[in-house]
Design a binder for this molecule. Structure first.
Ligand SMILES: Nc1nc2c(ncn2[C@@H]2O[C@H](COP(=O)(O)OP(=O)(O)OP(=O)(O)O)[C@@H](O)[C@H]2O)c(=O)[nH]1
Ligand SMILES: [Mg+2]
Length: 395
């Protein structure tokens, strides 16, 4: 089964672990019990129980927040993305692996890193293999930035640098999602995402990383505001501590968006890979039309299918199903770009299992499309398009 590898980045206290628990709460248990759901996440028993326990601790206003992740503990969470078939049964579609490193791992200096040897090497390997980097930006610090507090300015100038350099060192075609955590604290101050993005754009280092990646991935860079606990669950004290509000209940907000955006962004990246591979073989004009999406989609789709057949080499049911999923993703991605429905092509050779999976995937893709369109409608600036370069010569 196709496994998407996601590594979370962000300094100590950015909100990585709490986000992971909230995301699984929303897309796992809650979604499983939602009548309209066409997909949900599952995890192996031990991981599921650990995450549920973690969420129970977070959600209880009488208990302290969970501890910071220790340097050498590397929680690895393997989720299965399931699409529901016509009988309402789960069909495993792909795996999403999250690796939640301690924020300390990012900010260590040379000598200290040497002391932590093998894990640091493993961290580097994971970064190189990642399909998606989930870079969490601390909403509490960005709130300070927006209030012109020097600590907030220092955060963007200094504390975010290890995250940005790690992104710069990753594979150039890796999808990057910046997630602004603790959005409840920014919302309280009526700070909008556009204003925060304006501030981020002014930072030269940030702009350089964003531009390069957006160009190379065909626009698979996003800035997503989330709150793992939602409005009114936490309060910020004068001494900067975040406390829980007695009697409040957490309602995670937008925590599903980074997962929902993963599939279309992986598609953009595939398309860009194909474009680069075939660019030399195509007349220049055709290549530039392909880059702009639209008219050459049927051509791009054929190339993508060919690419998938090479990418998922081998025979057997497992491989056929993996190809079915990726081909479904390509068709859907193509429709997203074209903004027009395509007639369904049926193959006589298609097995019953593949047909069932294809239909289940189609329903899942349609729902993901609605969710993402809704999000993009509310936050049009959250997606950094390949052609929207951020100014890099700002002071
Ligand atoms: N207001 C608010 N506070 C949050 C939210 N998420 C996390 N926090 C606060 O941020 C603290 C740190 O969150 P963690 O998820 O443990 O941070 P981390 O990024 O995993 O940090 P390390 O494990 O040290 O790398 C929590 O203890 C909470 O106080 C949120 O959505 N809203
Ligand atoms: Mg942590």
């Amino acid at each position: 089964m196709k496994t998407f590898k996601v590594v979370t980045l962000g300094e100590v206290g950015a909100g990585k672990t709490v986000f992971m628990a909230a995301m699984f709460r929303r897309l796992g248990f809650e979604r499983q019990n939602l009548d309209s759901a066409t997909y949900y996440l599952t995890a192996a028993d031990t991981e599921r129980n650990q995450l549920q326990e973690l969420w129970a601790t977070i959600a209880d206003p009488g208990l302290p927040w969970p501890e910071s992740t220790t340097l050498n503990r590397v929680p690895r969470l393997n989720f299965t993305l399931n699409a529901l078939d016509s009988a309402g049964d789960a069909q495993p579609v792909c795996m999403i692996q999250y690796i939640d490193y301690s924020g300390e791992r990012l900010s260590r200096t040379g000598e200290e890193q040497g002391a932590a040897g093998p894990v640091q090497q493993e961290f580097r390997d994971h970064i190189r293999e990642a399909d998606v980097l989930l870079a969490l930006l601390d909403g509490r610090r960005l709130r300070q930035l927006m209030r012109k507090d020097p600590q907030g300015e220092r955060y963007l100038r200094h504390d975010v640098l290890p995250t940005l350099s790690t992104i710069a060192e990753s594979r150039s075609d890796c999808v990057v999602h910046f997630v602004i955590t603790k959005w409840d604290l920014l919302e309280q101050q009526n700070i909008s995402l556009d204003l925060v993005i304006d501030e981020l754009r002014k930072n030269k280092d940030f702009a350089a990383v964003v531009n390069r990646r957006a160009k190379r991935t065909g626009g698979a860079v996003r800035i997503i505001p989330v709150s793992s606990v939602g409005r009114g669950f936490a309060a910020i004290q004068d001494d900067d501590r975040i406390t829980k509000v007695p009697g409040a209940r957490p309602i995670p907000w937008n925590v599903d968006v980074p997962v929902v955006a993963l599939l279309p962004d992986f598609y953009s990246r595939m398309l860009e890979d194909i474009r680069l591979t075939y660019e030399r073989r195509l007349p220049r004009k055709a290549a530039s039309l392909l880059l702009r999406g639209a008219r050459l989609m049927p051509f791009a789709e054929a190339q993508l299918e060919e690419w998938i057949n090479r990418y998922v080499a081998g025979e057997g049911t497992e491989k056929t199903l993996e190809r079915t999923f990726l081909t479904g993703l390509v068709r859907w991605g193509g429709r997203r770009t074209e903004r027009a429905a395509e007639p369904r092509r049926r193959s006589r050779r298609e097995s019953r299992a593949a047909e069932e999976l294809r239909r289940a995937c189609d329903r899942m893709f349609a729902q993901i499309e609605t969710q993402l369109t809704d999000f993009e409608h509310h936050f049009p600036d959250s997606k950094v398009r390949a052609e929207d370069a951020w100014p890099e010569d700002a002071p």
